[in-house]
Design a protein. Structure first.
Length: 94
């Protein structure tokens, strides 16, 4: 666990954000067509629920929604049609 904390500190904030965005988008695509709340997503991505990770997840959802990759109706999240199609073209999330 200590080694993981050291590695996390070595990353720039922008890199940490990209990793979280990738994790969030992957989870949303894996569970598609099911929809989930931000809390349900947070429990899947960061089960220990540290507040800094929850903030990072919410930030990732906001940024992915702004970029058109996630649809968020303030309650439920789902991947956009473009994200699903891109995932299909790449052979699906593994």
């Amino acid at each position: 666990m200590h080694d993981e904390d050291i590695r996390r500190r070595a990353l720039a904030p922008a890199q940490e954000d990209q990793i979280m965005e990738r994790s969030v988008l992957t989870e949303v695509l894996l569970l598609h067509p099911a929809q989930m709340t931000v809390l349900e997503l947070a429990l899947r991505v960061a089960p220990d629920q540290r507040s800094c990770e929850r903030d990072a997840i919410e930030r990732a959802v906001r940024d992915l929604a702004r970029d058109g990759l996630i649809l968020c109706d303030c309650r439920r999240l789902s991947p956009s049609r473009a994200a699903v199609r891109f995932d299909e073209l790449l052979g699906g999330v593994s």
